[in-house]
Design a protein around this ligand. Sequence first.
Ligand code: ARG
Length: 423
Amino acid sequence: MEGKIEHVVLAYSGGLDTSVAIPWIREHYGARVTTLTVNVGQEGELGDALERARHNGAEEALFVDAREALAEEFIFPALQANCLYQGVYPLSTALARPLIARHLVRAALSTKAEAVAHGCTGKGNDQVRFDVAVQTLAPHLRVIAPVREWNMNRSDEMLYAREHGLRIHVKPESPYSVDENLWGRSVEGGVLEDPAASPPEEVFQWTGHPADWPSEPEELTVSFYEGTPQAINGRALPPVALISEMNARAGKHGVGRIDHVEDRVVGIKSRETYECPAAVALITAHQALESLVLPRDLLSFKSLVDRRFADAVYEGLWYTPLREALSAFTASTQTTVTGEVRLRFYQGSVRVTGRSSPYSLLSHELSTYGRGSTFRQDAAEGFIHLFGLAPRLAYEKRRVARSPENRAEETPAPGAVSPATPP
Ligand code: ARG
């Protein structure tokens, strides 16, 4: 791992941290810096990022539009696993990291850089995701994390930027740390650090203001083909456009706000605020369709896989045999997840109001309470007699064994067990 670093590829978002990182790397490592800006669907900022990277000292400023790959290779597989970390967070930030890391590695290999760099702090999950992915894909590359190494706070960084004549986007002073991509928006810091404090409205940007949420509900239909969303209201849309449209439509009604005390990989608990309108709406729809077309045992087993998949994504273990195996299992369950789900957005909530599929396992003839039922109710009694056998036996055994008057040899044989009345 030793040896001089001559050239570094820096993941450049255009924000203050990564802008300061350019001259800092040049000074501390005496290395040339190439920046790489990856479009993953973040709404703010990108504008003149490349120009600013060059102005701030980058030898070259590279740009990749990775939105389609994010949607097809990361978001949709996670959607098929209904990925929600700790049951609530759709993993928006986490899903983009391995993709950005892949592009960093590619850029480093093609420019013969010895190292890559990112702007993550030493307290979060994102450093873990970047470092693990880079180490996995290209073990010979070194990883530099300036923010983890330098001891600057925001005002130190501003001072450093001024001293070095950096061009930074001077945003109105915001205490929040924000990360955005197609699948959602994460906001941390400032008053949000107090888990008891109510998030001020200013932290929300994709879900409007409650006063502007429409007073009428909106219904729409999402069509899935083999677990992948294909159309909204019958209009086929490519992945990126579909997700963007869902963000706009669900976000307008305030759908997708998440307030979560989260357990980070590094052992810290922290309060996280998210806006993930499309993710929440699409996961809700996908789950509703699965419950119509997948058999009970598969649904139950798959929920364990879903949970494990979410943990693997959260922990930055995308490029691992475990994640690949979980993906393969998940994909094999999706062959019948085809059909339509109707969603209703209203005042911050999303509700499923209908679902249909050619693979529906719901048989009206079996489930109806009306005429024409083919379900044999007379068979239910015998089924229940056997289904209840083990609980009856266990209950009776413990009742007898625990009563001081009774001896073990007096316990009735299993065949003689009769329904017990609770003591
Ligand atoms: N806690 C989330 C995660 O680990 C989001 C991190 C977002 N980063 C940020 N700079 N706000 O996936």
